[in-house]
Design a binder for this molecule. Structure first.
Ligand SMILES: CC(C)(COP(=O)(O)OP(=O)(O)OC[C@H]1O[C@@H](n2cnc3c(N)ncnc32)[C@H](O)[C@@H]1OP(=O)(O)O)[C@@H](O)C(=O)NCCC(=O)NCCS
Length: 141
């Protein structure tokens, strides 16, 4: 795995994080990434984890624990650093953080079109569930 530090997001990371999400195809027209960051910084900001190589943010995992399940969103590794074990290291870091809070299980959503991500999650020990995801938007970005 490349030499990186896993740490919580800090304000100066914002531009590089949004750029990383764009490069990795995680930005959707109906989600404003800067508003998503702003909201996360109000709720368990320490669980918004970035991988930093000393110069740039090269990975992100926006995680949280709702008292029943842990969640991971915006999981990304920079394309130039993919396939080197960084994603696996980032998952393990998040698992430690959530586990330390007593979180018994972690959930996440993978778009049905993202077969590569599904293979990644299987490879790092996650199993697909048989639930449908339902969602209702309360705030329009
Ligand atoms: C998915 C992603 C985070 C994986 O990160 P990564 O650093 O390349 O993953 P790692 O190198 O740690 O790989 C860990 C395991 O997953 C497997 N894996 C990773 N990418 C894979 C792919 N595209 N297809 C199949 N398996 C893959 C690896 O083979 C490895 O398994 P192994 O150790 O048994 O060989 C990265 O490709 C990415 O950012 N993709 C774009 C954004 C995205 O889709 N995010 C997920 C949203 S749910």
């Amino acid at each position: 795995m490349p030499a990186v530090t896993f740490r919580s997001f800090i304000t100066g990371d914002e531009d590089s994080v949004v750029e990383l999400w764009s490069i990795c195809g995680l930005v959707r027209p109906w989600n404003d990434p800067r508003k998503d960051i702003e909201r996360k910084l109000r709720v368990q900001p320490e669980l918004f984890v970035v991988a930093h190589d000393g110069r740039h943010v090269v990975g992100t995992a926006m995680s949280g624990y709702d008292g029943h399940r842990g969640w991971i969103h915006y999981f990304a590794v920079h394309p130039e650093q993919q396939g080197l074990g960084l994603g696996r290291g980032l998952v393990r870091d998040v698992e430690q953080r959530l586990g330390a809070l007593g979180c018994p299980k972690i959930h996440l959503n993978v778009r049905s079109t993202n077969a590569a991500a599904a293979d990644f999650w299987r490879a790092v020990g996650f199993e697909p569930g048989d639930s449908l995801t339902f969602a209702r938007r309360l705030i329009t970005d």
